[in-house]
Design a protein around this ligand. Structure first.
Ligand code: PHE
Length: 344
């Protein structure tokens, strides 16, 4: 093909592109008119090209002429289409005004995790009784997590709270009780605090165990405190959390940092004490450890063990949330499963 013919084809192609681009910007009658004059008018580049066809060598002239005819047909079709669209838009009339009084689309609002909600519920009870909230580190040292709490170095009670040991003396705390020590080292009695927090133990995962879990600790130190105060407080707490008529039971247990020590159980929330699957037929559900602060603990923090008396308790938040909401597998709390979480 001759260069003259190639030239015509290239210009026709450029013209087509320019016309398409300009057509996209046409949005009213005067714009349409201007477009028509530019691309299809007497002085259009297309007309100039057509007039120049004579200089294309004869052999190529039919091909070049066909390209220009095709372009003209295409431009005319575009013109018809633009005109049709403008007409339709005029028929439809102006867009209706925005009604700013219509209610907006509600924003998606999240909720607190059931563990957090359960903690807030527990905290609401104790803060009303004058308990302050204290926090401590999740990475603890042996002193706060064990020794100061009266766990002798080689005592088997440490085995029940195996955990992840870090370099040196550091470990992931196995309970919130080390914060008892931190609070007492910082404050003089009388005092009453609750301590929420994350804990870790080397437990195998199953429906009721997870290596990371949460506890709420309680500690009260004063001059005339008895086991009856502890029991009365926890009895009121059990009714607050699980409803009127919930009974509690203390059975003896052992913790190095309390003496005497007890396990707190509530009457089964599923069967009301008759005995069912979830309570293992006993009618009771264990929810906390508790007891009177051991005098050695007071000595370890420099309190006068002859003068001060105290009680302490510690409960698993997951366990309580599971009982409250009827959740049968602890793993559900940690899976970030939206279908599960949005129920709370
Ligand atoms: N820290 C104990 C545990 O995790 C619970 C506890 C707290 C017991 C306070 C008595 C007093 O098993």
């Amino acid at each position: 093909m001759t260069t003259e013919a190639q030239e015509v084809l290239q210009q026709a192609e450029a013209l087509r592109a320019a016309a398409d681009k300009a057509a996209a910007g046409v949005d009213d009658a005067s714009g349409l008119q201007a477009w028509r004059v530019e691309f299809l008018g007497r002085k259009s580049a297309l007309n100039a090209l057509s007039k120049g066809l004579g200089s294309v060598p004869e052999a190529d002239r039919p091909a070049a002429g066909k390209a220009l005819n095709d372009l003209r047909a295409k431009l005319e079709a575009t013109y018809q289409e633009l005109e049709r669209r403008l007409h339709a838009a005029a028929e439809a009339g102006p867009a209706p005004p925005r009604d700013v009084t219509l209610p907006g689309a509600p924003a998606a609002v999240g909720t607190l995790h059931p563990i957090t909600q359960t903690y807030y519920e527990i905290a609401a009870f104790f803060t009303q009784l004058g308990f302050a909230v204290a926090h401590g580190p999740e990475v603890e040292d042996d002193f706060h997590n064990f020794s100061a709490l009266n766990f002798p170095p080689e005592h088997p009670s440490r085995d029940t709270q195996d955990t992840l040991y870090l370099a040196g003396d550091w470990l992931l705390r196995t309970h919130t009780s080390p914060v008892q020590i931190r609070v007492m080292l910082e404050q003089e009695p009388p005092l009453r605090v609750i301590v929420p927090g994350r804990c870790a133990r080397a437990d195998a995962v199953d429906a009721s165990h997870y290596p990371v879990f949460h506890q709420v600790e309680g500690l009260l130190v004063d001059e005339a405190v008895s086991l009856a105060d502890l029991k009365g407080t926890l009895a009121a707490f059990a009714e607050y959390l699980f409803g009127a008529g919930t009974k509690i039971r203390f059975i003896p247990d052992y913790f190095p940092f309390t003496e005497p020590s007890a396990d707190l159980s509530i009457s089964c929330v599923m069967c009301g004490g008759e005995g069912c699957g979830p309570c293992g037929g006993t009618g009771w559900l264990e929810i906390a450890g508790a007891g009177m602060v051991h005098p050695n603990v007071f000595r370890n923090v420099g309190y006068d063990a002859e003068k001060w008396v105290g009680y302490a308790f510690g409960m698993g938040i997951e366990r309580i949330a599971m009982l409250k909401y009827g959740i049968d597998d602890i793993r559900l709390f940690y899976e970030n499963n939206f279908d599960f979480l949005k129920q709370f």
